[in-house]
Design a binder for this molecule. Sequence first.
Ligand code: ASP
Ligand code: MG
Length: 412
Amino acid sequence: MSLIVCKFGGTSVGSTEKIKNVAQRILKYQEQGHQVVVVLSAMSGQTDKLLGMAADVQEIPDLREMDMLLSTGEQVTIALFAMAVKAAGSDAVSLLGDQVRIQTDAMHTKARINKIDTELIQSHLDAGKVVTIAGFQGVTLKGDITTLGRGGSDTTAVALAAALHADACEIFTDVEGVFTTDPNICNKARKIDMITYDEMLELASLGAKVLEIRSVGLAKRYRVPLHVRSTFTENEGTWVVEEDKIMESMLVSGITYNKNEARITVKKVPDQPGIASKIFLPISDAGILVDMIIQNTRESHMTDMTFTVMRNDYARTMELLKKVARDIGAESVTGDESIVKISIVGVGMRNHSGIASTMFQIMANEGINLMMISTSEIKVSCVIEEKYTELAVRALHSAFALDKDNMPTEEE
Ligand code: ASP
Ligand code: MG
């Protein structure tokens, strides 16, 4: 007998009708002989609604009370779901985070899980019940309710799967799985059957919003096989697994783009020790995250420093830097908000050279200028003008053989 943890997101449990459908689906799993733990999100829109109510009442809401409030959304869905299972003739029990003792630290609204007791869950499972657990919440040692941050139900599910040594964790959502790129801008995007944790981490951080990133890190650490799939079809989705489980890997598994960054250049900075820290220290002190950084040496001991920040930090960073530039004797600070970062991701890059240069060639063929480049072991990113986003993504997608019906794979 196998044990599966299934998590359903807000759109999957957005109405009582949908909750009944989820119950039917879970009963099928039970009939096939699986034990099932079901983690649920709040109904879609509910968490936002609660946040809005809090904002009406207290300008800067108290975080402990915020968690008390936000955790209610999931209480509603698990109770209704347990009723639906019973109504369909099977047995279920719903449990809140504190009942299961999902123990977290005390960082309200963004708590981290430290420990989960599995005894109670296991005893209900052994009694033949479907155990449904509220996602996104836990409890501190002192007994205060916490929440795990937006999208945190994915993390609840993976943490439970790890603690229970489940055979798999299935994340049911409103899309078919993880795609090679955004289907909204490239109609040749296709669902990926299998992908590694590392690739998924890169894709998630680059803006593929299917899985909450923390849950992927956790799945990797505890080797929990993750299956991202649709609530509304029976089709297999995308498996996120360890690298050695994948027989044939693509050179490039996915292409992402991120329009949330802006580029800033500090021109003609004296090229001497301490300059980088004089530029970046005030920025980090202000809590602003810097992504790519390039330093270029010019003639006569001058250098240009170019980097990217999140677009919503752009104005604040420019403001800060004008002062810094004066202090360090830089010539000027310029910036550009209409950029996009395009990335190709694939574990196949680890033992293949030339992937980056192929990418540059493809962009050159389209007449697209590369403003910044950065690479990691399994990723190459380029910053280009935002207006070329679609063109670049489509060109890369077909050049790296990701288009539908065109999938040669690399020999192991
Ligand atoms: N309901 C929470 C949220 O919307 C948690 C989740 O859905 O994963 O962020
Ligand atoms: Mg989600």
